[in-house]
Design a binder for this molecule. Structure first.
Ligand SMILES: [Fe+2]
Ligand SMILES: [Fe+2]
Length: 271
């Protein structure tokens, strides 16, 4: 199974480059992913004139399954409403058959209007847990903000405010992959049975420690997950090749004494 992860498109921004986006999309389509995740910041300010442009450009993406969440830039200026009008629900729970794998995918809007900080929010926890309940071969969680600090981004800021509780929740849900963006630096943190995979900015020159625009290709095989960052029109670089199954004592999924998620909460469309 192949997943393409892009984020931080920033359509309408001063350092947005349409040619980079089009190159990346052509490369992604040529790679033939089963699933494409667009992990937020599709627009630069959430303005109503930026959403149609973002939709038009991103409509060129080709995959059986495409999942999008808003980023902090999309939620500016009441842009979260334009996001809904343009792309649909901001939160989604999906079961997919991908490359022979049963995939449980939960995607959450981690933004707050006009704030750069993120928060998943405890009202989401039960809903997230239900999305991962039952059998599946691969569990994928998507949100825009990062759950762990990212090196090479300057001073740490805007990490999800309830990151500790969310990490513990996702660990208990046996999540395999957490796909996020936001800091414009591609990076992978292996944490307690999960790979926290961050994509860079696909189509802007708003780069930080990693000085190129980038997106990720994630290959999930029977026993391994390998992650490669790709520079649109340029080279690739491995972000690691990891075992899918962690030793039980390292994932320590049952070791958390705190997390209690409230079940039976309805928040958004399920498909
Ligand atoms: Fe961004
Ligand atoms: Fe962001």
């Amino acid at each position: 199974m192949l997943i393409a992860q892009i984020s931080d498109v920033h359509v309408g921004g001063t350092r947005y480059r349409q040619d980079l986006l089009r190159t990346a999309i052509a490369e992604i389509n040529a790679a033939g992913p089963d699933l494409i995740v667009v992990a937020g910041d599709l627009t630069d300010d959430g303005y109503p004139d930026q959403y149609p442009l973002a939709r038009e450009e991103l409509s060129a993406l080709e995959a059986a399954h495409i999942v999008r969440v808003p980023g902090n830039h999309d939620a500016r200026n009441v842009g979260y409403l334009h996001f809904e009008d343009t792309f649909g629900a901001r939160d989604s729970r999906t079961r997919l058959e991908c490359g022979g794998l049963q995939v449980a995918l939960v995607a959450v809007d981690s933004t707050k209007p006009d704030l750069d900080e993120g928060e998943v929010g405890r009202e989401h926890y039960g809903w997230i847990e239900e999305g991962f309940a039952g059998g599946s071969d691969l569990r994928v969680f998507v949100c825009h903000h990062h759950l762990m600090p990212i090196p090479g981004t300057g001073r740490e800021r805007n990490q999800v405010r309830d990151a500790g509780d969310v990490l513990a929740l996702l660990r208990r849900c046996e999540v395999d992959l957490v796909l996020a963006g936001h800091r414009h630096v591609p990076y992978v943190w292996p944490v307690a049975g999960m790979l926290l995979v961050h994509s860079g900015t696909v189509s802007t020159l708003r780069t930080r420690g990693f000085p190129h625009p980038a997106y990720n290709l994630i290959q999930v095989d029977a026993g391994r997950i390998s992650i490669e960052l790709r520079i649109p029109g340029g080279e690739g670089q491995s972000l690691g090749d990891y075992p899918r199954d962690w030793p039980e004592e390292l994932s320590a999924r049952q070791a958390d004494p705190f997390v209690r998620a409230q079940r039976g909460v309805s928040l958004a469309d399920d498909s």
